[in-house]
Write a protein that binds this ligand. Sequence first.
Ligand code: SAM
Length: 373
Amino acid sequence: MAVSKIVLSSLIHIRPITCAASYHTRLVPHPPDLVKWVKKEGGFVHQAVKLFPQEDNETYGLGLVASQDIPKGSLLIALPDHIPLKFESDAGDGADSVLVDLASQVPEELWAMKLGLKLLQERARLGSFWWPYISNLPETYSVPIFFQGEDIKNLQYAPLLYQVNKRCRFLLDFDQEVRHALASVKPNDHPFGGQELNASSLGWAMSAVSSRAFRLHGKKLAAGTRNEVPMMLPLIDMCNHSFNPNAQIIQEEDDSQLLIKVVAETEIKQNDSLLLNYGCLSNDLFLLDYGFVMPSNPYDTIELKYEGALMDAASMAAGVSSPNFSSPAAWQQQILSQLNLVGETAIVKLKLLLESQMKLLFFARLLPYVQLH
Ligand SMILES: C[S@@+](CC[C@H](N)C(=O)[O-])C[C@H]1O[C@@H](n2cnc3c(N)ncnc32)[C@H](O)[C@@H]1O
């Protein structure tokens, strides 16, 4: 915990000073029109799809909205293969090989940092093809690596704190590795146009990717199969999340090119937001990668070993007098066996669907009912 505080305050300390009025401020004050850019580059955008601040702008930021009713099955957006931003590890020239070397030092589980390096390269490159997209990205992110110490303390959930600490520590260490690697690079081979990176800019890029990238099929491999590749999808990534989405992403092959499409999964009414499902994720993952949590998240689960002593302790914490999980009566033992909670073939974990803030408390309150029924 002490480490987490130090690590976090360092990150916050070295973050470049910005005058961001809100988290949803974009990289530049008046970025280019994304819809026009996608169309100019050969993409398709349905005439009723508009980029708009969402009703709850402070929470959701920008989003895509239907300016008129759109029938189910309609094509909403299509992006040709050259528009998504991907990390191509087979790139060869000097600057790219430095980038590939740096990316090879990123652990697989922090894949967002690999693509984040590419994003930083394009952000620094004058005249980058993706600048119209990148300049529309948020200037800051509300993910926990950027939380103040007090807010981190309030998370009060060990597995989440562990992940936050791990990411912060990685960013500080990687900052050093990047500085070291760039110190001896010739100016022409500098992947970030001579600009210095720090833990804060690395954190910005990692968060931009973790909160916006989709894993889709990449290039065809020699065996004819395709890998899953994380990619940033301009305009498509302006869709916010819902577990009841009205749109979905599909990939289609066209003359060996992969076309990425968004189609209406249901009828979309005028003024409705276009919503995608980011995945069946727990609130811990949503918070860590996207900076928000879903109320009543059906994928927010905890796993607990069924152990009499633990159950007794939790019952007492919940104010149940004289719990007897450790020494159940014969009839209780029988029910526990029928539920496959004790005995040789017992399942050793319980999964409960609960909202994360209430997880443990609610579970403790549930125990008396487990005991009675
Ligand atoms: C892929 S981006 C969507 C576009 C984003 N709203 C913007 O302004 O650029 C994902 C981010 O949108 C916001 N968001 C998306 N769905 C949300 C939801 N259901 N509740 C709250 N915030 C959401 C979160 O900030 C998340 O990190």
